[in-house]
Write a protein that binds this ligand. Structure first.
Ligand code: PEP
Length: 248
């Protein structure tokens, strides 16, 4: 299976011109990488710039989507708007959105909306703290159960899961996660999905790693991860190119 390398630009860069420069800096490496597909998730205003991308290896993703379809919801963006500008992936449940109020129930509605619109949801899960008594495993199990509620069996393998421990994300990360920690969680996630659906389909679900991925650690995570969700280093073409190239 091809790996998936996703860049989440968050609320960056500050202009269309800069967005185009970063995108151009990534294109040629992404096009040459035969063993991976690349998804760029820019802020909403920049989505349509890359709409007519002829670059088959790069897809465009949004960083969020509304639970509503249309109407009086100031500031919201619907799945139809996203598909109309060529978006094929959407991040849901990112810890930064959860910190702004997204509950598992809201994330669940967003997944259902995305699937209906044939947009691939990238479901972010992950604990805030790692404790020695294994509470974090219960937390992840709970997130999965609530976020996947009422999602029928045939749909589940269309969802991409990104394990993003909050303690390992961003400039304020307590420390980096280890590839071994990721492997443990990947096995756990697949088991939870297997238990929910009682189906081998669980093994088809892609499980990605995200949290302080950089060119020096990407290859190690990619041994077991089906792909990577990259924040800061996806805005620096030289670094993101090296991460893309680290797919063997
Ligand atoms: C993220 O927030 O999804 C993320 C992975 O960020 P970073 O790579 O900057 O830790």
């Amino acid at each position: 299976m091809k790996k998936l390398i996703i860049g989440n630009w968050k609320m960056n860069p500050q202009s269309k011109k800069e967005a185009e420069i970063i995108f151009k800096g990534i294109v040629s490496t992404a096009q040459k990488q035969k063993n991976a597909d690349v998804v760029i998730c820019p802020p909403y205003p920049f989505l349509s710039i890359f709409q007519k991308t002829k670059f088959s290896k790069i897809s465009i993703g949004a960083q969020d989507v509304s639970v509503e379809q249309s109407g009086p919801y100031t500031g919201e963006v619907s799945t139809k708007m996203l598909t109309s500008v060529g978006v094929s992936y959407v991040i849901v449940g990112h810890s930064e959105r959860r910190a702004m109020g997204d509950t598992n129930q809201i994330v669940n509605k967003k997944i259902i909306n995305a699937l209906k619109a044939k947009i691939i949801p990238i479901l972010c899960i992950g604990e805030r703290h790692r404790d020695s008594s294994g509470e974090y495993l219960k937390f992840i199990k709970h997130q999965l159960h609530e976020c996947l509620a009422n999602i029928p069996k045939p749909q589940v393998s269309k969802i991409i899961i990104a394990y993003e421990p909050i303690w390992a994300i961003g400039e304020k990360a307590q420390r980096e996660a280890t590839p071994e920690e990721f492997t443990e969680i990947k096995i756990f996630i697949r088991k939870i999905i297997f238990d929910i659906y009682n189906s081998k389909l669980a093994h088809n679900v892609m499980v990605l790693y995200g949290g302080s991925v950089h060119p020096e650690n990407s290859a190690e995570f990619l041994v077991d991860a089906d792909g990577l969700l990259v924040g800061r280093d996806s805005l620096i073409p030289k670094k993101f190119d090296l991460i893309i190239k680290s797919v063997k």
